[in-house]
Design a binder for this molecule. Structure first.
Ligand SMILES: Cc1ncc(C[n+]2csc(CCOP(=O)(O)OP(=O)(O)O)c2C)c(N)n1
Ligand SMILES: [Mg+2]
Length: 385
């Protein structure tokens, strides 16, 4: 279980710097605290109990599903079956799985383009997501959206956004909607360590704090924004501190530890649900693959990646905990086999699904009277009957 430690940051943030670089871009893996509090007055009580065996197995299964799904997506991309952009979430699974495990039905989720894991964790089907990745009719956007453009109102998943940080003000809008309609829900708004330096993030923080909106800003600090390490891009470094000027409490969390994520997530969600306003969680994590499928990742060493994989992997760590708590190895193996089979099924389903009918070019498109757009010229090839 996550261990808590005192906030040891000094006034000018020097300690915050060194703590934040726990998983440094240089490959040195200093020991990181699971959770470190930064300014604000978050509640002191534990909001979530240690999960029972079934819950832990569920966490394991959910993380493994994302891992295997993403590996398959990478493979299909390599075969040319998936085209366009494709950003894999491998290494970061504990974050979205931990957060979803303490969320409530109706809480909304919005994120960037690194989004397949979020979709699966929200309950969208592997079949539908894979079919969309491969541009097929049975995909969530009927094969017209691809990796970065899938949504499910039913599962409260609001995308999938390719413009860095664009989802952040929209996430506050979702929180406004929860508050205005008195749903009791919270908006879980994910962003990257690169996105955190964008101006619109701070306009959003200001409004969210002013209006006490129920939104948890979850910064997935995977150490890189494309090829730039966070240590070269972010002044101050403790990204959890970025809401300080607006009175938004923040916490640094070991994002490779699903149990620490649950604990911090429960605390942040309760704070928001209690009407106290927004909360920031900085999840310290690492992406194993390149920024996207076309990134050879030459800005870091293989050794750095291997070290993270060997020493910090969220799935391996949970497997070890499960075994140490007396769960049978066969039980774990059965989950591994089931996930493997489910991912093959998703891939088969996607590949058996037809490409969208050209007629689909006419659907889901808003055409203002007289406005010419690229879609129109495309449609000339497929005249409407
Ligand atoms: C406004 C904008 N600027 C630049 C880009 C190009 N771009 C795409 S991803 C990215 C890096 C973002 O990094 P981060 O927020 O850390 O997310 P990660 O990819 O690590 O998940 C950049 C600069 C973009 N898509 N949108
Ligand atoms: Mg990043």
């Amino acid at each position: 279980m996550a261990t808590r430690s005192k906030n040891t940051s000094d006034k000018d943030g020097k300690t915050a710097d060194s703590q934040s670089s726990g998983q440094s871009a240089s490959g040195k893996t200093a020991k990181t605290n699971s959770i470190r509090r930064v300014p604000g007055r978050p509640p002191k009580n534990k909001m979530v109990d240690k999960p029972d065996a079934n819950t832990m197995l569920r966490l394991y299964e959910d993380m493994l599903m994302i891992r295997r799904f993403e590996e398959k997506a990478g493979q299909l991309y390599g075969m040319g079956v998936i085209g366009g952009f494709c950003h894999l979430y491998i290494g970061q699974e504990a974050i979205v799985v931990g957060m979803q495990s303490v969320s409530r039905e109706g809480d909304s989720v919005i994120t960037s383009y690194r989004d397949h894991g979020h979709m699966l964790a929200c309950g969208m089907t592997p079949n539908g997501v894979m079919a969309e990745l491969t541009g097929r009719k049975d995909g969530y956007s009927k094969g017209k959206g691809g990796s970065m453009h899938m949504f499910s109102r039913e599962k409260s998943f609001f995308g999938g956004h390719g413009i860095v940080a664009a989802q952040v003000p929209i996430g506050a809008g979702l929180a406004f909607s929860h508050k205005y309609r008195d749903t009791g829900g919270v908006s879980m708004t994910y962003l990257g360590d690169g996105a955190i330096n964008q101006g619109q993030v701070y306009e959003t923080f200001n409004m969210a704090a002013l209006w006490k909106l129920p939104v948890v800003f979850i910064i997935e600090n995977n150490q890189y924004g494309m090829g730039t390490s966070v240590s070269r891009a972010a002044a101050g470094r403790a990204l959890a501190d970025r809401g300080k000027a607006y009175g938004i409490p923040g916490m640094q969390v070991d994002g490779m530890n699903v149990l620490a994520v649950r604990e911090a997530g429960a605390e942040a969600l309760t704070y928001c649900r209690d009407g106290k306003g927004p909360y920031i969680l900085e999840m310290q994590t690492y992406r194993y693959r390149g920024h996207s499928m076309s990134d050879p990742a030459k800005y870091r060493t293989r050794e750095e990646v291997d070290t993270m994989r060997k020493q910090r992997d969220p799935i391996d760590s949970l497997r070890e905990i499960l075994l140490s708590e007396g769960i049978e190895n066969d039980t774990i193996k059965a989950i591994d086999a089931k996930i493997k089979a489910d991912v093959i099924k998703a891939s088969d389903f996607a590949l058996a699904s037809p490409e969208p009918d050209p007629e689909e070019l006419w659907t889901d498109v808003i055409l203002e009277g007289g406005v010419k757009c690229a879609i129109l010229s495309l449609c000339q090839h497929y005249p409407r009957p």
